[in-house]
Design a protein around this ligand. Structure first.
Ligand code: NAI
Ligand code: 0TF
Length: 259
């Protein structure tokens, strides 16, 4: 898994506010509104315990602090434990946490201790970014280009198929691409046959993965992928609505999914 850096998470509150404005322009709802509609749940001041985890590459500066800001932004009452790992988990439960948020290098989970529901960041992120893309108010058709069909992209693409969109899939891993095209019944996007899209969902760990020839004027690119899928120059040239934020939208999706 590509790991976040403390720099990715700088000014998380501002990043979240900017993403919220874009989501509102794109869908007519803010992030809370999309999550509420999608999962049919509403937070009721559930207490969230955020537990730092030291295993593997260790604690990421700003990670727990950003989760604290994000959970409060979405209306949860949250705290970061003083201790990490198992001691932190114990501390969170003893201090009344109803939902635990914690991540090692492979898994970032939300676990609701009251109803037993558990969520994984990757599918929750894929689904919510795909859902936002699917709600684009100015879309000119139900065609969607999905770039990157891994642990985030696959569940997002599957969600778009379930919603009745015509999904064109692309991944630089040819074997994975062919398997996914067959498993999901989507269309293989061939760069040799270029076409333009008004809805693009991208989930790769690489920069500049969305080529100019697929971008239509005022399209939406909904992308959890870090670094950014398109250059600022292309974004400005085509008036792209870019939904991109490093942690908050995916975390909101996890939290609403376990309520
Ligand atoms: P993954 O490794 O499971 O999947 C990435 C896929 O992208 C792979 O199938 C790979 O073959 C493909 N790929 C790589 N370069 C490509 C290119 N140039 N063109 C087309 N396909 C390409 O990774 P995962 O877990 O799905 O994460 C994807 C990205 O999303 C990462 O950058 C990760 O950090 C980010 N992420 C962001 C979150 C957020 O809240 N913003 C949450 C979770 C992940
Ligand atoms: O960096 C990641 C994921 C996060 C997905 C959301 N964008 N790409 N995971 C590693 C998190 C490790 C956290 C660390 N153990 C801590 O500070 O607790």
């Amino acid at each position: 898994m590509a790991l976040l850096t403390p720099e990715d998470l700088e000014n998380i509150n501002r990043q979240l506010q900017e993403a919220d404005s874009t989501v509102r322009r794109v869908t007519g709802l803010d992030i809370k509104g999309v999550c509420k509609d999608f999962y049919g749940t509403t937070p009721c001041c559930e207490k969230v315990g955020i537990v730092p985890v030291t295993s593997g590459n260790g604690i990421i500066g700003n990670f727990s602090g950003s989760l604290h800001v994000i959970t409060e932004y979405f209306g949860f009452d949250s705290f970061v434990t003083a201790m990490p790992d198992v001691s932190g988990y114990y501390e969170a439960v003893r201090n009344g946490a109803r939902i635990i948020l914690m991540a090692d290098d492979n898994t970032f989970l939300a676990h609701n201790l009251k109803n037993g529901k558990i969520a994984n960041n990757q599918p929750c992120t894929g689904r919510i970014y795909a859902e936002i893309a699917s709600r684009y108010l100015k879309a000119d058709s139900k065609d969607v280009l999905v770039v990157g069909l891994g642990k985030v992209g696959f569940p997002g693409a599957a969600h778009l198929v379930n919603k009745g969109f015509r999904v064109y899939g692309y991944d630089s891993d040819k074997a994975l691409l062919e398997k996914t095209v067959s498993d999901l019944g989507i269309t293989l996007f061939e760069p040799e046959n270029p076409r333009k899209f008004s809805i693009i969902f991208e989930a790769t760990p690489c920069a500049d993965t969305v080529p100019e020839f697929v971008i239509s004027e005022n399209c939406v690119i909904s992308t959890p992928g870090i670094p950014c899928a398109i250059s600022r120059e292309l974004q400005e040239k085509y008036g792209v609505e870019l939904v991109m934020e490093p942690l908050g939208i995916g975390t909101a999706s996890m939290l609403y999914s376990v309520l």
